[in-house]
Design a binder for this molecule. Sequence first.
Ligand SMILES: C[C@@]1(CC(=O)O)c2cc3[nH]c(cc4nc(cc5[nH]c(cc(n2)[C@H]1CCC(=O)O)[C@@](C)(CC(=O)O)[C@@H]5CCC(=O)O)C(CC(=O)O)=C4CCC(=O)O)c(CCC(=O)O)c3CC(=O)O
Ligand SMILES: [Co+2]
Ligand code: NI
Length: 337
Amino acid sequence: MDSNLNQSNNSEGCTNYKNLNISENSLSTDFGVLLISHGSSLPYAEETFKDILEKYLSLTGHNTEVGYMKVAKPSISEAIDNLLDRNNNIKRIIAMPVFLAPGIHTNIDIPIILGLEPKETDPRCPDGNYPEDHYLMESKPINFNGEIDLIGCIGPDPQIISIINKKIESAISKSNSDINSDKTGVLLVSHGSRLNYNREFITDIYNQYKSQTDYSVSQGFMELCEPTIAQSINSMLESKDLDRIIVVPVFLAPGVHTKRDIPTILGILEDEDINNTHFSNDHSHSHVHSHDYSHDHSHDHAHGGLVEFDGEILYTEPLGSDDIIIKILKNRIESNI
Ligand SMILES: C[C@@]1(CC(=O)O)c2cc3[nH]c(cc4nc(cc5[nH]c(cc(n2)[C@H]1CCC(=O)O)[C@@](C)(CC(=O)O)[C@@H]5CCC(=O)O)C(CC(=O)O)=C4CCC(=O)O)c(CCC(=O)O)c3CC(=O)O
Ligand SMILES: [Co+2]
Ligand code: NI
């Protein structure tokens, strides 16, 4: 068992456990933990989830792997192979979507990829005949005969508010301007979904945050739902004269949405960000100007309009691999063992 553990596995997408704290106990237990992430074509989300995995392992010692729904590696199926390579005796896999809100991905895509029944009809494709190139058609079958318990995603845990507060404080501390809270608004931005859970999630977070802050607060959606980011900022400005808006992407990891789509809508995307290869991880902006954009991708992020605001926009980091997220995952998984 030991030699197994210390072996560095170079096959593609396999986590190298050499430096990770996986307890020997976990090899005698009969379950594995699969943390399911969305996957991104930008590298940041993988960095965040590598960190989440390392922290989760050192906290629990469970035989754990991260699997990505699309784009990134290991895929969900490969992650399950990795769990079994490490311990062939597991009878059960506890699979948790590390997503903030239930939605199409958690209720339809992930169950289908795991070989389970989808929890509802897919509004993208009600007849269930997905186009051949859809990622659901491309995913490989799962090689596991045991039981897979797909548990709920993170949801509006009250502890998320303290992460939001930290991100806001950190963005403020990097800003040069000194503006009182009376003139500051906070916009909580959520992804948006064809299903209603995303709205329920952000509304719950909004109500919790609002009851604990002096700032004017509002919520807005990046895509698929209203109010859009622009509508939300406009109505904040109509009801109050603000000098500064702090925009919090209530997302887990930096990715296409937080690095490109939301900055585009806000008018704070720097040109090099589009073709980025490397830019600072520490990416809290303070911008007082806006750019013109040529918007050439076919997706509908900008349909809700672009933002025009001549005050300061402070854009915070997403929630990331904060220890609170790790504790939430641990509690949730342990209550399902
Ligand atoms: C179903 C769909 C909407 C629809 O069309 O109905 C949808 C829905 C949701 N995505 C969510 C999260 C993230 N989405 C991304 C990224 C991408 N998502 C895209 C598509 C779709 N996403 C539609 C499928 C269309 C189809 O089937 O073809 C991509 C491919 C295209 C694009 O959006 O342009 C783009 C490219 C990535 C790339 O290739 O790089 C990332 C990673 C990142 O940002 O990089 C995160 C994690 C953010 C984080 O870390 O929090 C959540 C919130 C989940 C939660 O609460 O956590 C929902 C809501 C829900 O599940 O309903
Ligand atoms: Co998505
Ligand atoms: Ni999108």
